[in-house]
Design a protein around this ligand. Structure first.
Ligand SMILES: [Zn+2]
Length: 323
């Protein structure tokens, strides 16, 4: 039976009816906010290409934590950097670094899930996500460095560690390190399907982590490849990842959907810095209303199969009542 007996618009007639029949909902507890911690600043310092975001010294990030709690967000994704970058990125594992310091201060005292990003690019002089000699990334040294960093965050109180280096075997290496240290309660969220993307550029200003030479295409995924992306997720799932992430977001909704069909794991998507900057810049020019655009984007992520959305808009969207 079709038109005129069936009229689908009949069910959209009023706001109340539309609310009753809405299939996808955006709720704060499924949103996570990335936070940049920086030991080289004494007060919150604006990130030019990400208006509304700052690099925080640990002591000045408490207000942000309280706001995120009040907004009932799911959690925070913590990024750090060292006072001095080193060839081997050793600052990433420093128990006195900004991320462990933040974790020791807030773990156990907050309703938020605290997730520590695990990578080396903000800590190495090369700006690459791995370490090695004469410009070549060495697998064993990189896995050892990532595992030690993850252990430092776990021991400081991280709920989850989130390896983002796209190093083969990183999830297995970190799981073993955590279990060897009796940190079996700490979960791993793997940035399993992380494609090389021009949309990360504002983040690199935030973290001062642009590669000094070359790019990351030899370890990040080629965004052209869907099947290879699913293999990346399969390996991470086999290695023990508890949450699988697709990154970036809007340009990879099809990959998120394919992952949803294949995996029962919780799936996360990262609405990345460049995607935030696009909407923010258009809103500043008066070309888009972010209060209407952001809920539409978040809904798309959840409709495509995400359980969790990591976004620079997470807190603003809740505080402003957009969702
Ligand atoms: Zn990295």
């Amino acid at each position: 039976m079709g038109y005129p007996a069936v009229r689908l618009s009949r069910m959209r007639r009023t706001p109340h009816l539309r609310a009753s029949l809405r299939e996808t909902h955006v709720i704060p507890s499924r949103l996570f906010l990335p936070v940049f911690l920086d030991p080289t600043v004494s007060r919150p310092t604006p990130i030019t290409s990400m208006p509304g975001h700052f690099r925080y010294p640990v002591h000045a990030a408490t207000d942000l934590v309280r706001r995120a709690e009040k907004a009932r967000l799911g959690g925070l994704l913590l990024f750090g950097r060292p006072s001095v970058k080193r060839v081997d990125g050793v600052g990433a594992r420093d128990p006195k670094g900004v991320v462990p310091t933040f974790l020791r201060k807030h773990a156990g005292n907050t309703s938020l899930t605290l997730v520590a990003d695990v990578c080396l690019c903000a800590y190495t002089t090369s700006g690459h996500c791995g370490v090695g000699k004469s410009g070549k990334i060495e697998s064993a040294a990189t896995l050892a460095a990532l595992s030690r960093a993850a252990a430092a965050y776990a021991e400081a109180g991280a709920d989850w560690v989130a390896p983002s280096a796209m190093a083969d075997g990183q999830v297995a290496a970190i799981r073993k390190e955590l279990d060897d240290r009796s940190r079996d309660e700490v979960a791993i969220m793997s940035y399993g399907l992380k494609s090389s993307s021009a949309l990360y550029d504002p983040f690199r200003e935030a973290e001062d982590s642009a590669p000094a030479t070359g790019d990351r295409k030899s370890y990040q995924m080629d965004y052209s490849n869907a099947r290879e992306g699913l293999r990346e997720l399969e390996f991470d799932a086999e290695e023990g990842a508890d949450v699988l992430m697709v990154k970036p977001g809007l340009t990879q909704l099809d990959l998120l959907w394919r992952a949803r069909q294949r995996f029962s794991h919780p799936l996360a998507i990262y609405h990345v810095s460049g995607e935030y900057a696009q909407v923010k810049a258009a809103a500043e020019k008066g070309w888009l209303e972010e209060s209407r655009v952001v809920p539409e984007i978040f809904t798309a992520f959840f409709r495509a199969g995400a359980d969790l959305v990591f976004s620079y808009y997470a807190l603003e969207a809740v505080e402003q009542g957009w969702i």
